[in-house]
Design a protein around this ligand. Structure first.
Ligand code: SAM
Length: 277
């Protein structure tokens, strides 16, 4: 038995035949100390509702429930995991709601409706992690339906999320995350902590929404950053040509010979405003 009175995860995986599938980004965390550390990185769970994507056999789910979450709403695409999750649900009556489906088409704001404090915590499938994050960062209205996000990514993706202007990792993701949140890497997780081990190191990222981000339209901001970083080694007057080039940059008060990675979030917002006006 594990400290929570449920069987060890290896036993659960064997009993329900949950051989990890690469196509579903299944790299499981089986060490309850580690899942506990991820849960603690989310902050105070007491009384909170946690939305988890991809509970799999339920290691992180169990840590969240043990950590005091009032409720976990877990969205899982792999139907093989549902029986294992039902066992956790029976152990914590009324506290685990499993949604069987694809996170990419899930209306998370609807899942969160009626819940007071909502935290998103997940060991994300690496192949859809960025897409999910962008969806949550561009949520409307703002402040969003969640109080914070605590998410596992590949280290290289985590570095792009928290990147500051001037660094090689700074790009579309850093601008979007920096615009709407304060993002930081909480800690790294080595490959051998997962079953099976992925090729690279992972990192847990904590993102806290800014209550009043600079006003701009997320889609237009995404358009500007995509264009600017599409040719990141070129000067902005070249890379932004399709959006207005030098005239646009002049309107925003930005030197057209600069490169995308030198622009602050505020300057990208100014560029987006110049595009609108
Ligand atoms: N939370 C578990 C853990 O930490 O051990 C599993 C994490 S594993 C990296 C990712 C999980 O996401 C798997 O359980 C996988 O089946 C699930 N998954 C993959 N694609 C998904 C999707 N589109 N929607 C919902 N869940 C998905």
């Amino acid at each position: 038995m594990s400290p929570d009175g449920l069987p060890p995860l290896r036993e659960v995986i064997a009993r329900y035949e949950l051989a990890p599938r690469k196509s579903l980004g299944q790299n499981f965390l089986l060490d309850l100390n580690l899942t506990g550390k991820v849960a603690r990185a989310a902050g105070d769970l007491t009384g909170a509702t946690v939305i988890e994507v991809g509970p799999g056999p339920g290691g992180l789910t169990r840590a969240l429930l043990m950590g005091g979450a009032a409720k976990v709403i877990a969205v899982e695409r792999d139907e093989r995991c549902l029986a294992a999750l039902a066992e956790i649900s029976a152990h914590y009556p009324g506290r685990l709601e499993t949604v069987s489906g694809d996170a990419l088409t899930t209306d998370f704001a609807a899942l969160a409706a009626g819940h007071e404090r909502v935290l998103i915590v997940a060991n994300l499938p690496y192949n859809i992690g960025t897409e999910l994050l962008v969806g949550w960062l561009t949520a409307e209205p703002w402040p969003p339906f969640y109080e914070s996000m605590t998410l596992m990514f590949q280290r290289e993706v985590a570095e792009r999320i928290v990147a500051a202007p001037g660094s090689g990792a700074y790009g579309r993701l850093g601008v979007l995350a920096g615009w709407r949140t304060q993002a930081r890497i909480a800690f790294d997780v080595p490959p051998q902590a997962f079953t099976p081990p992925p090729k690279v190191t992972s990192s847990v990222v904590h993102l806290a929404p800014r209550p009043e981000p600079l006003p701009t339209d997320a889609r237009r901001l995404a358009r500007v950053t995509q264009s600017a970083f599409g040719q990141r080694r070129k000067m902005l007057r070249q890379s932004l040509k399709p959006l207005g080039g030098e005239a646009l940059l002049e309107k925003a008060g930005i030197d057209p010979t600069r490169r995308a990675e030198t622009l602050s979030v505020a300057e990208f917002v100014a560029l987006t405003a110049a595009l609108d006006g």
